[in-house]
Design a binder for this molecule. Structure first.
Ligand SMILES: Cc1ncc(COP(=O)(O)O)c(C=O)c1O
Length: 392
């Protein structure tokens, strides 16, 4: 059958993060205690008020198809949320999707013809390359460096653009580095967007997860004139622990939202109905501050533990819930040539699940999600240090 699959689907690789989680899940089912630094999923529970709203929606018989762009009440609520974030988007410029992932795919599908390029900074979230390909375009990487706090540089962006570049994709707070883009970075990027007439997608899924005083800043905050070409994507997976509920949303130019809704009407029908009613409750109840405090405590603990390992460097992640240490000093030794081999050995020999930086366009690194217990963070980093010292 394999040879009968389309070229476009054959080019798509499966999500490494989900694969690591699946292997860790199987090992757990066999009775092993696997330390989970793999999946990008909060371990905090979905708020009760959201769960209650879902149960009530089920009891009220709201499990029917909804309009393709989402129920009107939710589109209104999302419009208000965008407004509060500083983006004046009426309800007809907002749509609901089955997770931010769906919104991203629908956007690429709507914006890219074959051979059109979508540029995004590396390290990048591993799904971007595959989703751009699935949407019909070509992913192009804009390199950044730890020394520059992983901020995308406008001049380097200019050099990366070609006459096929259509879309620039930004993600701050960033998965996997945890960096948060500064106003200066975004002001300089906005200049390039104007010069080169690009469409911008900003993936703001970690908006509410910033651990410093710096404000969350989106391109539209520094360049509101770009609203006619910017699509903002967000969701409730990370902010309200609703990963499996599949609740994302997008706001932007009307013609783009209409095109994405049209596609959604044909391929999914509508976003999940019960989830939409639960989302109304989630939006009315912003995440409790102790959620952020709990993640921050674990972020600090992880950084402290990593600092004990000689030769491993890790810029402080200021947002999202990942750390992205550079372990390259230890690679190429004892039959462990790269981070992929390292994470494999880490899982098999030390029962610690982490994702190799190669999946994020950054070989020599590993991504650690710190949504796990403090005890597991201490023990997990101890085991990482142990394996590294065995290599050295
Ligand atoms: C940067 C980024 N965007 C989007 C998503 C997808 O979120 P959702 O669960 O809403 O599809 C993730 C999930 O890991 C992510 O890290």
């Amino acid at each position: 059958m394999k040879e009968r699959l389309s070229r476009k689907v054959s080019a798509i690789e499966s999500s490494i993060t989900l694969e690591v989680s699946a292997i860790a899940g199987r090992m757990r089912a066999e009775g092993h205690h696997v330390i989970a630094f793999g999946a990008g999923e909060p371990d905090l529970p979905t708020p009760d008020v959201v769960q209650d709203a879902a149960v009530q929606a089920i009891r009220e018989g709201r499990g029917r198809y909804t309009p393709a762009a989402g129920i009107p009440a939710l589109r209104e609520a999302l419009s208000a949320r965008f407004q509060a974030d500083g983006f004046p988007l009426p309800a007809d410029q907002v749509m609901v999707t089955a997770g931010a992932k769906s919104a991203l795919f629908l956007a690429f599908y709507a914006l890219l013809n074959e051979g059109d390029e979508c540029v995004f900074p590396a390290p990048y979230w591993s799904s971007y390359t595959e989703m751009v390909k699935a949407g019909g375009g070509t992913p192009v990487i804009l390199a950044t460096s730890a020394g520059d706090d992983f901020q995308p540089d406008a001049d380097r962006l200019r050099e990366t653009l070609t006459d096929r570049t259509r879309v620039l994709l930004l993600n701050s707070p960033n998965n996997p580095t945890g960096t948060v883009y500064s106003r200066e970075t975004l002001l300089a990027i906005a200049e390039v967007v104007r010069e080169r007439d690009l469409v911008v997608i900003t993936d703001d899924i970690y908006e509410h997860l910033i651990y410093t005083d710096e404000p969350f800043t989106n391109l539209l905050h520094v360049a509101p004139d770009l609203a006619d070409r910017t699509l903002v994507i967000n969701g409730l997976s990370k902010s309200h622990s609703m990963t499996g509920w599949r609740m994302g949303f997008a706001g932007g130019p009307k013609a783009l939202i209409q095109a994405m809704s049209r596609t959604q009407s044909q391929i999914a029908g509508s976003p999940p109905s019960i989830t939409q009613h639960a989302a109304l409750a989630a939006l009315a109840n912003p995440p409790a501050p102790d959620r952020l405090a709990s993640l921050d405590a674990r972020r600090r603990l992880l950084m402290g533990e990593l600092a004990k390992i000689d030769g491993v460097t890790c810029p402080e992640p200021r947002g999202a819930f990942y750390a992205f240490p550079d372990i390259s000093a230890y690679l190429g030794k004892s039959g462990v040539p790269d981070a992929i081999a390292f994470t494999k050995a880490l899982l098999e020999a030390k029962l610690v699940a982490a994702v190799a930086g190669d999946a994020f366009g950054a070989p020599g690194h590993i991504r650690l999600t710190y949504c796990t217990s403090e005890e597991d963070i201490r023990e997990g980093v101890r085991r990482i240090g142990e394996l590294l010292s065995e290599l050295a």
